[in-house]
Design a protein around this ligand. Structure first.
Ligand code: PHE
Length: 345
């Protein structure tokens, strides 16, 4: 009978080799190992055997069983891999086709220059341990004004012409400083984060003003912070963006939510000498910033006796204009393909 088991094994192996599909292979399992399978059938007539023979046979049959099981599993795995490979081959993309499509005049997409600058700046701050936060476009006046130390009768409300909703409670955020308020309210110091996004002002447009533009807010709050820390982070940012150490200067600037408040300028030379009389030569105003006003910390639920903060508001459109020598901010939203296609991939 031991021989018969060997024969069954032999038969199994030769059958297994011929299997081409998973379903067929699964049938083999029933044929050899099932309740009415070949092995079980054999084990049913053990009556005439001695105990010793029964034992030997039992062992033999068990080892045959495990050989069969293993071989089946291996075969199934192999078939699965083959199937997957066939599928992948059928779906394979011919990348050489892509270029020939573009050669035939199809437009190639690209990332908008404002977004690629935004991503770059996000990466720089992420590498310095900042979080990246988001906030809603539609805000209430608390987050856009009051919490930022701009009460209803404050003249600074006129600094930012606002798109109000009919209820006179809600508005389109005029700056990303709203993200400062939400960020402070939802975390405990020390923390540091940035918040990029669109902002909206009800303004007449010209070469340097758009109704919709992009800012990137930054805020850091900790126990011992000073203007020196602010300058360090700004210089690191600018060195990364422009790939060289930038000369900066701080001028006093007024924003109700920072005290002291600054305009940070960079030393900037226009490459085109014919345009040297333009206002962008010499010092270029790039970045309003300052130490967070105690009232603002308080509105964000932070003890101004214990903690200090700095904040800044980077104008992303401005940065794109400087970098790509764009003379009119309105190009960036024009949807003009002649402009956009300069930035395609
Ligand atoms: N929120 C200000 C603006 O849009 C910019 C700013 C941000 C100034 C942070 C100082 C600190 O005009």
């Amino acid at each position: 009978m031991i021989k018969e088991i060997d024969l069954i094994l032999e038969q199994f192996h030769s059958e297994l080799e011929q299997q081409k599909t998973l379903a067929e292979t699964a049938n083999l399992k029933a044929k050899y190992l099932g309740k009415n399978g070949l092995l079980s059938a054999l084990m049913k007539n053990l009556k005439e055997l001695s105990d010793e023979e029964k034992k030997q046979l039992g062992q033999k049959s068990n080892s045959a069983k495990s050989v069969i099981e293993k071989a089946l599993q291996q075969k199934m795995n192999q078939l699965e891999i083959d199937q997957m490979n066939q599928k992948l081959q059928a779906q394979a993309v011919d990348f050489s086709l892509r270029d020939s499509l573009f050669d035939r005049g199809l437009n190639r997409g690209g990332i908008h220059p404002v977004h690629s600058v935004q991503r770059e700046v996000e990466d720089i701050f992420l590498s310095m341990g900042f979080e990246v936060l988001d906030g809603p476009y539609i805000e209430d006046s608390f987050h856009n004004f009051e919490a930022l130390n701009i009460p209803a009768d404050h003249p600074a409300r006129d600094m930012q012409d606002t798109f109000w909703f009919a209820d006179h409670q809600h508005l389109l955020r005029t700056h990303t400083s709203t993200i400062q308020v939400r960020g402070m309210q939802s975390r405990k110091p020390p923390f540091k984060f940035i918040g990029p996004g669109k902002v909206f002002r009800c303004e007449r447009t010209d070469a340097t003003h758009e109704m919709v533009f992009h800012q990137l807010e930054g805020m850091m709050v900790a126990e011992d912070l000073s203007v020196a820390n602010l300058i360090y982070f700004m210089k690191t940012l600018l060195a990364e963006i422009f790939q060289k150490e930038m000369e900066v200067r701080l001028r006093p600037g007024y924003f109700p939510f920072v005290e002291p408040g600054f305009e940070l300028d960079i030393r900037w030379k226009k490459p085109d000498p014919k345009k040297s009389e333009q206002r962008h030569s010499g010092w270029l105003e790039l970045l309003p910033c300052g130490m967070v006003h105690p009232n603002v910390l308080q509105a964000g639920g932070i003890d101004p006796q214990k903690y200090k903060g700095f904040a800044f508001g980077l104008g992303l459109d401005r940065l794109v204009m400087v970098r790509h020598q764009i003379d009119d901010i309105r190009h960036t939203h024009s949807g003009d393909l002649r402009f956009n296609s300069q930035f395609s991939l």
